[in-house]
Design a protein around this ligand. Structure first.
Ligand code: PEP
Ligand code: MN
Length: 348
């Protein structure tokens, strides 16, 4: 249920509701909006009598049951967009944030030179995989912690925040030590124990949509992370598996537009994995921005034909630079300009 506080509710009255919920074994999640505070009460079962009881407490305006299975991630709980600040980069505030870098971190020079190139072209956040989920056990599976060190070097050299995937519970602490955002890959969208663990971390998490995840399952997966206390969740549409084989996946841009309505969480689009073809990255990036994505995740490689993973969908430095220039124009045309970078002033 949602406990909607009166606009003039005092801090003491808010605390009163929180402790009453605790008594009833319900967890209270606070959403302090511009106009009023809403408390999401989450637990296995909410007794209807409890709804009446809380409804009579001082400072409470009304209590409404949440009709949807996802609660904390839904707009009912929090009507305002969630904005996540990652080292000065604001994700979800109406501007477009670009995360870019190689699929896999191959060595230090490869990671650092790619990070510098994408920074020069205007990227906001550096990506690179150290723990790689691969369909075949014989494919390159990443450098592990050594890769994370190269990513940390890239972070130092560029001053930009970094994102990388965490695949297992055992690595959550290590990845959180090196990375500014924890990426949960498509194949782990419903790895509920991993979601729980990432929910305990106090760093933003980016949750990719599963290969066959419905929108409701995706939001429920976000709910796992949020229910553990980590409300800084970014959603990422990276294409779903359909009957079509001409593209690697089907980038579901209707899902981006729909999830923006259903949820207050920022939504990123990944046209690299969403199409599997570098030639389609620019058109689908433009489309993503136009439908309201809060940002893009783009794979870039100094020499895509030598990439240890996902070369076919990786842009060269030159093509990435061209994409960024195009996004400036398209972003401005649809009212979603590229976000300023830390230390840079917003365009006026
Ligand atoms: C990736 O970002 O490199 C990746 C493995 O993505 P996904 O989980 O979407 O396949
Ligand atoms: Mn990849």
């Amino acid at each position: 249920m949602l406990v909607i506080m009166r606009t003039d509710a005092s801090e003491e009255e808010i605390q009163g509701v929180l402790s009453r919920l605790k008594e009833a074994d319900l967890e209270g999640h606070l959403s302090a909006g511009e106009e009023r505070t809403v408390i999401g009460a989450v637990g296995r079962v909410v007794d209807p009598d409890m709804r009446t009881a809380v409804g009579t407490m001082p400072g409470v305006d009304q209590v409404v049951p949440i009709s949807r299975p996802y609660k904390l991630s839904g707009r009912e709980f929090k009507p305002d967009d969630t904005v996540i600040d990652v080292g000065g980069v604001r994700i979800g505030d109406g501007n477009v944030v670009v995360m870019a870098g190689p699929c896999s971190i191959e060595d230090e020079d490869h990671m650092v030179s790619t990070a510098k190139a994408v920074k020069a072209a205007g990227a906001h956040i550096i990506r690179g995989g150290a723990f790689k989920p691969r369909s075949s056990p014989y494919s390159f599976r990443g450098l592990g912690e050594e890769g994370l060190k190269h990513l940390a070097t890239a972070r130092e050299e560029t001053g930009l925040p970094v994102i990388t995937e965490v695949m297992s519970i055992a690595d959550v602490e290590t990845v959180a030590r090196y990375s500014d955002i924890l990426q949960i890959g498509a194949r782990n969208m419903q790895n509920f124990n991993l979601l729980d663990e990432v929910g305990l971390v106090r760093k933003p998490a980016m949750l990719k949509r599963g290969l066959s995840g419905t929108i409701e399952e995706w939001l429920l997966a976000a709910e796992y992370i949020m229910a553990k206390g980590n409300h800084e969740v970014i959603l990422c549409e990276r294409g779903i598996r359909t009957f079509e084989t001409a593209t690697r996946n089907t980038l579901d841009l209707a899902a981006v537009a729909l999830v923006k309505r259903m949820s207050h969480l920022p939504v990123i689009s990944d046209p690299s994995h969403g199409t599997g073809r570098w030639q389609l990255v620019e058109p689908m990036s433009k489309a993503s921005v136009a439908v309201g994505a809060d940002g893009l995740m783009i794979e870039v490689h100094p020499s895509p034909d030598h990439a240890l993973s996902d070369g076919a969908q990786s842009l060269t430095f030159e093509n990435f630079e061209k994409l960024m220039r195009t996004l400036e124009t398209v972003g401005a045309a649809v009212g979603r300009p590229l976000a300023p970078r830390p230390g840079e002033l917003a365009a006026v």
